[in-house]
Design a protein around this ligand. Structure first.
Ligand SMILES: NC(=O)c1ccc[n+]([C@@H]2O[C@H](COP(=O)([O-])OP(=O)(O)OC[C@H]3O[C@@H](n4cnc5c(N)ncnc54)[C@H](OP(=O)(O)O)[C@@H]3O)[C@@H](O)[C@H]2O)c1
Length: 360
């Protein structure tokens, strides 16, 4: 590992891009070297380009205020020559994003992506660092396909599943047979605030385009196995979801029902959550929460406002575990959608890949 890595943020003016800035401007390993966005922002100072879209609680960090935003597409070669790797979160068509991310990888610039475009490319790892850090090993096969020495793409999963997949993972040893999850998702997940989406005040919308499919299918890749030059999806458990948009600024909640082959006791489940940790904790990565899964005994927790920022928004909180009449158990869980669910999860994945030598 080097002492310091220069990073670029592609989509720096967006909601996820802004989160990247707040997480990276004082990062112990990384220095923000490049900010890039659409041609609309290119050539402007960052403060001017982001303007009233800045939606973070903290001020724009002084180190990036006057940086001139580059053109994410036109400047690929130049950006790749200036940084060790890039984070990418852009609002473009899927095929455009696929091409853009491959262009960076082929310019020998690793890409840590928040976009969904490459989530189903079989040699692109989709990593939740506590769960499937071993999927990084597929990167060698991907580099071979792309013909690169160090360029590759790794992706983060969708924010909707970021609370229930971690909560279910330590319970897999009991043979999870079926899962039903209803998610209650914050408006920042759509890149919005109450100022930019006033229709969401005092309202719920029972549809988020493409979200239910992602919530049901992506966990199977995360729980999949590397076979040869691809990741083969797991075939179980069977998962069904409903995803609702709710009037909350940040924090996705999920109400989960689960059944098992070998039904554990409630104590077994709570113990599995309390004892669970993964490679980020073992490696003491800068953004790793000390305790990833946190169970509340109080009936009225977790609450979005009280608990979303647990361990800097990187921990998952769980509550209300109890028997169910149709499934074995039900419970509720919560994660911060733009921290653990988006930029924070991507930063933790980058830290994992850095610690494993993929960014050298
Ligand atoms: N928000 C979340 O919680 C979340 C979670 C997981 C994943 N994601 C994914 O992350 C991505 C970004 O989401 P977001 O909420 O941050 O969106 P957003 O707030 O709408 O920001 C979109 C970003 O993309 C840039 N962009 C748009 N067209 C471009 C182009 N032609 N070339 C280069 N850059 C372009 C924008 O730049 P300009 O300002 O110059 O237009 C802006 O920086 C999406 O793929 C989304 O699905 C979001």
């Amino acid at each position: 590992m080097k002492e310091n890595y220069k990073v670029g943020i592609i989509g720096a003016t967006g909601m996820v891009g802004q989160r990247f800035i707040t997480l990276l401007h004082d990062h112990p390993w990384y220095t923000i070297e490049v900010l890039a966005a659409s041609p609309r922002s290119a050539g402007k100072k960052y403060t001017e380009a982001v303007g009233a879209k800045w939606a973070m609680d903290e001020e724009i960090p002084a180190s990036v205020r006057d940086m001139v935003v580059m053109d994410a597409t036109a400047d690929v070669e130049k950006i790749a020559s200036m940084v060790d790797f890039v984070f990418c979160a852009v609002d473009m068509k899927k095929d455009e994003i696929k091409a853009l991310e491959e262009a960076y990888a082929k310019a020998e610039c690793p890409v840590v992506s928040n976009n969904s475009a490459h989530r189903h490319t079989p040699d692109v790892p989709m990593i939740i660092p506590e769960i499937n850090a071993d999927h990084a090993e597929i990167i060698e096969a991907q580099k071979k396909r792309l013909g690169t020495k160090r360029g590759f793409i790794s992706v983060k999963s969708n924010c909707s599943l970021q609370s229930y997949v971690p909560a279910l993972h330590p319970l897999k040893k009991y043979g999870i047979t079926k899962v039903l999850a209803t998610t209650y998702q914050a408006i920042s997940g759509a890149g919005k605030t109450f100022e930019t989406w006033p229709e969401m005040v005092d309202n719920m919308i029972p549809y988020i385009g493409g979200e239910e499919e992602k919530s049901e299918v992506e966990p199977l890749k995360i729980w999949g196995k590397i076979e040869g030059d691809k990741i083969v999806d797991a075939t179980e458990p069977s998962i069904t979801t409903q995803c609702l948009r709710v009037p909350v600024s940040n924090g996705h909640m999920a109400a989960v029902f689960v059944s098992f082959d070998k039904k554990p006791s409630m104590e077994d489940i709570k113990k599995a959550w309390a004892e669970f940790s993964g490679e980020p904790q073992a490696l003491k990565l800068p953004h790793a929460p000390k305790q990833f899964l946190n169970y509340f005994e109080e009936d009225n927790r977790p609450q979005t406002k009280l608990d979303r920022m647990m361990e800097g928004g990187m921990a998952v909180s769980i509550g209300r575990l109890r028997p169910d009449t149709q499934y074995d158990y039900k419970f509720v869980c919560l994660s911060h959608n733009t921290l653990r669910g988006a930029a924070g999860g991507a930063v933790l994945m980058a830290e994992l890949l850095t610690a494993k030598g993929y960014m050298d």
